[in-house]
Design a protein around this ligand. Structure first.
Ligand code: UDP
Ligand code: MG
Length: 313
C-alpha cells in the first residue's frame, strides 16, 4: 500500500490551521479505510518561521493526532523553500508526497484522483484549477499574464497549476538534486521529466485569514520565476543594443555625407535626445545584467535553502 505524506507549508496560519488539521485528518482516515493509503501516512505541517501561534498549534495537534507531524524552520524562508524543506525531510519515508497550501483553497478531494494517477504510473501529478472564479479579477488577470509571459520566455510551466501536486519518491529525490537557491518549483518540477499527469479541481476561497501573497510579493515571485529560468531578457537587451548601434552607424554615414555637401546640421535637440535614450538603455541593460550577476552570487555561495529547527515525528 502507498505511504502518503502531505506537506503543508504554514506561515502565520493560526486562523485556518485547526480546521485544516481536522479536514485533512478526516481525509486521511477515509483514504485509510478505503485502503488506498497505509496507516503510516502522515500530514506534515511546515512552520515557515511564523510569528503567531502556528507552531504551538502544530505541537498540540501532534500530541493528540497520530497523523500529524510538524517541521519548524529556523526562520521565514518563503513558500517555495518551506515546500522543499518539507519534502526533503520526509522523502525517505514516503512513497508519494503531496504538497498543499494551508488555507484550504485547493480541494482536498482531488487527492483521490492524484492517487489514481500515481497508481497508473505517473511520477508527478499536477493539480490544475478548472476555474479561477473565486480569485479576484486582478489576481486572475495578472496570473494569466504571468503564465503567458513565462511561456513566451521559453519556460515550461503547467497552466493554472499552483503548488498543489503529487510527486513520487523518485521524483522528489530527483528534485533534491536541484540545488538552486532561487527556487521556483513550478519551473523546476517539469524539468525532472518523469511521466506526469494532471487532475482538475475547483479552487475555493481562502478559508480564513489573509493572503500571504500581497501584490509586492507576487511581483517579486514572478520576477524570481523569470530571472531564475530565462536568459532571454539579456538577449533582448543585447539585440536592442545591436540595432541601436547599427542605426548610429547609418546616421554617422548620413551626417558625413551632409557635412561633405557643405550643409550645416541645424539644431542639437535630436543629439541630446539620443544621448539620453542611449544612456537610459545602457543603464537598463546594466541593471538587468546586474540582476543575473546577483543570482550567480547567491548560487555561488551555496547557502542552505532552509534549516530545520525541530522535527516532530
Ligand atoms: N506561505 C509560507 N511562507 C511564506 C508565505 C506563505 O509558507 O512566506 C504559505 C502559506 O501559509 C500558505 C501558502 O504558502 O499555506 C500559500 O500562501 P497564500 O495562501 O497566502 O497565497 P495565495 O493563495 O494567496 O497565493
Ligand atoms: Mg492561498
Amino acid at each position: 500500500m502507498i505511504t502518503l505524506y502531505i506537506v503543508v507549508p504554514c506561515y502565520n496560519e493560526e486562523e485556518v490551521l485547526p480546521e485544516t488539521g481536522r479536514r485533512l485528518t478526516k481525509k486521511m482516515q477515509e483514504l485509510c479505510t478505503k485502503e488506498l493509503i497505509s496507516e503510516e501516512s502522515r500530514i506534515v505541517f511546515v512552520d515557515d518561521g511564523s510569528k503567531d501561534r502556528t507552531w504551538e498549534l502544530i505541537e498540540s495537534m501532534h500530541g493528540q493526532n497520530t497523523y500529524v507531524n510538524g517541521i519548524k524552520l529556523s526562520r521565514n524562508k518563503g513558500h517555495q523553500n518551506a515546500l522543499m524543506a518539507g519534502m526533503m525531510t520526509v522523502k525517505g519515508k514516503a512513497d508519494a508526497i503531496i504538497t498543499l497550501d494551508a488555507d484550504l483553497q485547493d480541494d482536498i478531494n482531488a487527492i483521490d484522483g492524484f492517487l489514481q494517477k500515481f497508481k497508473e504510473g505517473c511520477d508527478v501529478v499536477y493539480g490544475v484549477r478548472s476555474s479561477r472564479q473565486t480569485d479576484t479579477f486582478f489576481k486572475r488577470h495578472t496570473a494569466l499574464f504571468f503564465y503567458r509571459l513565462m511561456k513566451s520566455l521559453g519556460v515550461d510551466i503547467v497552466y493554472n497549476h499552483a503548488d498543489y501536486r503529487l510527486m513520487s519518491k523518485r521524483a522528489v529525490e530527483a528534485l533534491g538534486k536541484f540545488k538552486e537557491v532561487n527556487l521556483f518549483l513550478r519551473g523546476v518540477v517539469p524539468l525532472i521529466g518523469y511521466r506526469s499527469g494532471t487532475v482538475e479541481y475547483e479552487r475555493h476561497e481562502r478559508f480564513a485569514g489573509e493572503s500571504k501573497y500581497p501584490l509586492q510579493k507576487m511581483l517579486a515571485f514572478a520576477w524570481e520565476g523569470i530571472t531564475s529560468f530565462s536568459v532571454k531578457p539579456i538577449r533582448l537587451i543585447a539585440a536592442v543594443g545591436g540595432i541601436i548601434f547599427a542605426i548610429s552607424i547609418i546616421m554617422l554615414i548620413y551626417f558625413l555625407i551632409v557635412f561633405a555637401a557643405g550643409h550645416t546640421v541645424p539644431g542639437w535637440t535630436s543629439l541630446i535626445i539620443s544621448i539620453w535614450a542611449i544612456g537610459g538603455l545602457q543603464i537598463l541593460g546594466t541593471g538587468i545584467i546586474g540582476e543575473y550577476i546577483g543570482k550567480i552570487y547567491l548560487e555561488a555561495k551555496g547557502r542552505p535553502q532552509y534549516l530545520v529547527e525541530d522535527y516532530l515525528e
